[in-house]
Ligand binder design. Structure first.
Ligand code: FCB
Length: 451
């Protein structure tokens, strides 16, 4: 392997609702995740993000830890409801001040901010007006983004509009496993469309404002492979790819939804979103980069009883699993990178998340020797190197995640962090993977093959 290109970004990622806590502090408005997680039965052990890692009150300490980790870049998200508690109107100065401290603290430590504008915590007031099912939300999103572009002009030069719109649309509106917990497939299709419109409007505002820097979007992309060689499972895998990958990649890079899936949904009698040609142009404006979150390959089996998608997934297919029950499939990362490069040609790709969950606690010496996580990160980074060797323009890699955090509907059960957080004292303890990743980043990846 030749190694990683000069200037390759080494980072870690977090998200506001998963680490900040301070749910009622500094004038923050209620979000859909506050509402959802407080309904018994929605989140494992009925956990919620009221306190999470309390990063809202541990900012300096966390910034110092990032410095110690030696990352070049830090990807975090802004909680829309700290800036506009009800989604729009007057900006809330205290909320803005928190992110000023965060951004300035990063810059002082020579760490580049990578700012995600939306990582799932919609202001509840907007949900009350229909949330992502209402086209108006896309306009409110544009206004919120423009406010941040102006405010951080010259200080933040890397933006992602949305994180994983698929999760917001489908687990959020079809299966109801995630906030806002709606169960209606047509609503999910509508939400997906409005999310994409919001993305398009934000890109347009960024270009028209002439802001320095780059902007893109982050998608969760997993290769979908048939569980068996049967024709049914092969077709199910293609459908799964259309449902989760192409439903976003095609409009973003080709300006229209995939025809096979559109037809399939119509055949199921679903009511489809209203889509104009203008929408297609808006959504497919060029992005400076595509962010890819990768965790595993999804193995897919036809199952006619699941309406309307007619498949099941979540199988190990003989692979070892992480605590989250995700199969460990490093070559899937290389495969998705090569495929996206070949089919969609994004100018640049960042791996904006990749990581593994295990259940860990300090040993008798107070250490956390998380060899399994190191193995996971090592084998996946190796595959990133291979993809670069095959000509894929990967410009950076961000570990999910920095701190053990609130993992959505699985609560605090899944620990992905390079840093352990004691839930009672909030004390942070770097794991062994923390020092390992520091060496990898410091050597621009050479540490991977210089054992
Ligand atoms: C991704 C999310 C992120 C985190 C990881 C495990 O889908 O973007 O917030 O929860 O999964």
């Amino acid at each position: 392997m030749e190694g990683f290109p000069k200037g390759f970004r080494w980072g870690v990622t977090t998200a506001s609702y998963q680490i900040e806590g301070g749910a009622k502090d500094g004038g923050r408005g209620e979000t859909v995740w506050d509402r959802f997680s407080h309904i018994p039965g929605n989140v494992l052990h009925d956990d919620n993000g009221d306190i999470a890692c309390d990063s809202y009150h541990h900012l300096e300490e966390d910034l110092d830890l990032l410095k110690e980790l030696g990352v070049t870049s830090y990807r975090f998200s802004v909680a829309w409801s700290r800036i506009f508690p009800k989604g729009y109107g007057e900006a809330n100065e205290e909320g803005v001040a928190y992110y000023d401290r965060l951004v300035d603290g990063l810059l002082e430590r020579k760490i580049e901010p990578f700012l995600t504008l939306y990582h799932w915590d919609l202001p509840q007031a907007l949900q009350d007006e229909g949330g992502w099912m209402n086209r108006k939300t896309a306009e409110h999103f544009e206004m919120y983004c423009s406010y941040l572009f102006r405010h951080f002009k010259g200080r933040v030069t890397h933006y992602m509009t949305l994180n994983e719109p698929w999760v917001v649309a489908f687990p959020g509106h079809y299966t109801g496993e995630m906030a806002p917990g709606i169960r209606d497939f047509s609503a999910a299709l509508q939400a997906a469309h409005v999310l994409l419109l919001g993305h398009g409007l934000a890109i347009k505002a960024f270009r028209e404002g002439g802001y320095p820097g780059e902007i893109g979007i982050t998608l969760n992309l997993c290769p979908k492979e048939p569980l068996t060689d049967s024709r049914e499972d092969c077709e199910a895998a293609i459908r799964h790819d259309g449902y989760a990958n192409r439903w976003f990649l095609d409009p973003l890079f080709r300006g229209h939804y995939p025809e096979d899936m559109w037809r399939f949904y119509e055949e199921q009698g679903l009511s489809m979103p209203e889509v104009t040609e203008e929408d297609g142009r808006l959504v497919s404006q060029p992005v400076d980069f595509l962010g890819i979150n990768y965790y595993n390959i999804d193995f897919t089996k036809e199952d006619k009883s699941v309406w309307p998608i007619q498949f099941k997934t979540g199988f190990s297919a003989g692979n070892a699993m992480t605590h989250y029950q995700m199969p460990i499939t490093p070559d899937g990362l290389r495969k998705i990178l090569v495929r996206v490069h070949k089919d969609y040609h994004p100018a640049k790709i960042y791996i904006t998340e990749n990581g593994a969950s295990y259940q860990e606690h300090p040993d008798r010496n107070g250490e956390i020797l998380d060899e399994a996580r190191i193995d996971y990160l090592h084998t996946h980074l190796w595959k990133v190197g291979e993809a670069i060797g095959e000509g894929v323009p990967v410009a950076g890699y961000f570990v999910w995640t920095f701190l053990d955090d609130f993992e959505w509907n699985t609560g605090f059960e899944n620990q992905f962090g390079l840093v352990y957080v004691d839930r009672k004292t909030m004390e942070r303890t770097p794991k062994k993977s923390f020092s390992w990743y520091r060496e990898v980043a410091a050597s621009n990846g050479k540490r991977l093959w210089e054992k």
